[in-house]
Design a binder for this molecule. Structure first.
Ligand SMILES: Cc1cc2nc3c(=O)[nH]c(=O)nc-3n(C[C@H](O)[C@H](O)[C@H](O)COP(=O)(O)O)c2cc1C
Length: 154
């Protein structure tokens, strides 16, 4: 069993060392790709990233990565469009909402999502979406750098 868990142990170690987790996640059939889901299933680990005690009535599960100042940035790619909150396909987006649930379960509440859409169309809308994503990434990097400086100096 220890041998079987070795890869999962290494992936959890990597996650525990990271302050900032940046994940490139294309949308495949409205969710995350199978390989990325396999990574999730390896880092959601009882006793390492979440706690479990069946004798605790009402609260048998708890997050183990809270208060560690970890942040997740999800850089998404979608062939279609309209998956942002409030848009026409938002109800079909099981990427960012799923990741917010999973990482929140572990105690990582700060999740930033920036996605490019219109990949299938390869027209001006894709170019505009790429340019907008790059602007949003620049703004996010600036914000994260400033908040890191505040954390280091405080
Ligand atoms: C198997 C598969 C399923 C896909 N499903 C969706 C989908 O549900 N919605 C969507 O907008 N785009 C979908 N796409 C398009 C991809 O999200 C888009 O082309 C993305 O840029 C691919 O990134 P990649 O080249 O890193 O795989 C799908 C692509 C593939 C290959």
């Amino acid at each position: 069993m220890h041998d079987v868990l070795a890869e999962s142990d290494a992936l959890v170690d990597e996650l525990l060392e990271a302050d900032l987790i940046v994940a490139g996640v294309p949308m495949y059939n409205f969710g995350v790709p199978a390989g990325f889901k396999a990574w999730i299933d390896n880092i959601v680990r009882v006793g390492r990233t979440f706690g479990f005690d069946r004798s605790r009535p009402g609260l048998p599960y708890w997050p183990m990565l809270s208060d560690m100042n970890k942040r997740l940035v999800v850089l998404g790619a979608r062939g279609d469009f309209g998956y942002e909150p409030g848009e026409c396909m938002a109800h079909s987006n099981h990427v960012e909402p799923h990741l917010r649930t999973v990482f929140g379960y572990l105690g990582i509440e700060e999740v930033h999502g920036i996605a490019v859409e219109y990949d299938e169309f390869a027209d001006q809308r894709l170019r505009d979406s790429l340019a907008q994503a790059e602007r949003r990434i620049d703004a996010l990097v600036k914000n994260l750098a400033e908040s890191l400086a505040t954390t280091v100096n405080s």
